[in-house]
Design a binder for this molecule. Structure first.
Ligand code: SF4
Ligand code: SF4
Ligand code: SF4
Length: 398
């Protein structure tokens, strides 16, 4: 017998009790006890209640959408069970706008439960009086009724396959933290020391379920920039704090990565980010500043290095590096000058080439082009270089 058929033979209160005793909480970014959420909906139920399930808008990499591929039947059953318990008249599975092929492939199965599939960016406002759930929560509901639920959550480590991790598992048992600078879990950033102590349980906010280890070769400012850019692309722009907040924080971070950061920007980012967490209508805005807020709290040394010491600890921010041609290695082959897009390499065949630092954009094309490894990128001191055209092998340090 399917979970849905089993639930149909139960009183709503029995189903709620079963979900409560299993300790199921909403997955994604809002970890409230599911039974409490159900009871609150029942207490204020509109006549035309809709039960809908999807992934968080902030899951732009669609990490947890993978559950639809491996657990589709149970997710649909979870929606149907939830609708039955809450007395809903309308059931929906909400898929990202561009997942029309996936929607078509699931239509027949969804129809059999009376569930409509919509390809949409989820408007949390439209479901404010209704029941909007994460698909992982719906999966847990079906499993709880059929008696197969094991407390845990689905994660993807370093972009790998989704796998269920039992609550009580030490994070260090599923990721290698030894050489980590930071560990990113969903939208949040943790120090390696905090991650080493972390145990995944029902209160752990796993967000989109992705877990990534950031090593010392990663610049947290550059990583913040990438995440803010992704959030800006996902944002629908309707909430001022999401639209403007993401723009403003992104501006402060790009100032930092381009060597123009100011320490006054740090409290401003904190103020804007804090306001976003409670002023935005969906997870794109509410968690969009998490990475920066966590970096501000736990990685102030990264900000200080970029803003005060004008250096990038990971050596990634090119504005803090210098590119020069080692006069002892240059063979005067002219390859670097040929590829330079801004024409800032001076030289001629058989002569030591020289880079005009003022015009160099640090694109790195000359480094790739030089088969003699004579083009050097450094965050340290630059040795004495020729100031006029010199034949290869004739440069003398004085
Ligand atoms: S938080 Fe951002 S993405 Fe979500 S509704 Fe508001 S503007 Fe749109
Ligand atoms: S720096 Fe390299 S690529 Fe450029 S002229 Fe010298 S040897 Fe050739
Ligand atoms: S890094 Fe780019 S811009 Fe600078 S000298 Fe090399 S090729 Fe030219």
């Amino acid at each position: 017998m399917s979970a849905y058929e089993m639930a149909k033979q139960m009183e709503a209160s029995e189903v709620i009790a079963k979900v409560a005793s299993a300790g199921i909480k909403e997955y994604g970014v809002y970890a409230e006890p599911l039974a409490d959420k159900w009871n609150a909906i029942i207490a204020n139920k509109p006549a035309d209640l809709i039960v809908a399930a999807g992934i968080n808008n902030s899951d732009s990499k669609k990490v947890l959408l993978g559950l639809v591929n491996i657990k589709c039947a149970q997710i649909l059953e979870g929606i149907a069970i939830t609708a039955q318990v809450l007395g809903a008249t309308d059931m929906r599975l909400l898929l990202p706008e561009d997942e029309t092929e996936l929607a078509a492939s699931l239509k027949e199965a969804a129809d059999s439960y009376g569930i409509t599939i919509e390809n949409t960016f989820i408007s949390a406002n439209a479901y404010r009086e209704h029941g909007l759930f994460h698909i992982e929560t719906m999966l847990a509901v079906a499993e709880a009724i059929e008696g197969t639920y094991e407390p845990g959550a689905y994660v993807s480590v370093a972009g790998g396959e989704l796998k269920k991790v039992a609550y009580g598992t030490k994070l260090a048992d599923i990721v290698d933290i030894d050489d980590a600078k930071a560990v990113e879990i969903g939208s949040h950033l943790y120090t390696a020391a905090a991650a080493a102590e972390m145990v995944i349980d029902a209160d752990t906010i796993l967000g989109d379920g992705s877990i990534n280890v950031l090593g010392n070769d990663k610049c947290l400012m550059q990583e913040a920039e990438k995440r803010l850019l992704a959030a800006r692309k996902t944002s629908c722009g309707k909430c001022t704090f999401c639209r403007e907040g993401l723009n403003q924080i992104y501006g402060h971070i790009t100032d930092i990565t381009s060597g123009k950061g100011a320490k006054e920007g740090m409290p401003m980012m904190k103020e804007i980010g804090d306001a976003m967490t409670f002023s935005c209508n969906c997870s794109v805005g509410t968690v969009g500043a998490d990475f920066v807020l966590d970096a501000l709290e736990h990685f102030t040394s990264e900000f200080d290095a970029h803003i005060k010491k004008r250096t990038c600890p990971a050596g990634v921010c090119t504005c803090f590096t210098t590119i020069y041609i080692d006069p002892n290695l240059c063979e005067g082959c002219e390859e670097c000058a040929d590829v330079c897009p801004v024409d800032c390499i001076e030289g001629k065949a058989g002569h030591i080439h020289m880079i005009d630092d003022f015009d160099c954009t640090k694109c790195g094309k000359c480094i790739e082009a030089c088969e003699y490894e004579a083009v050097i990128q450094t965050t340290g001191r630059v040795p004495k270089l020729p100031t006029r055209l010199t034949k290869c092998g004739k440069f003398k340090k004085r």
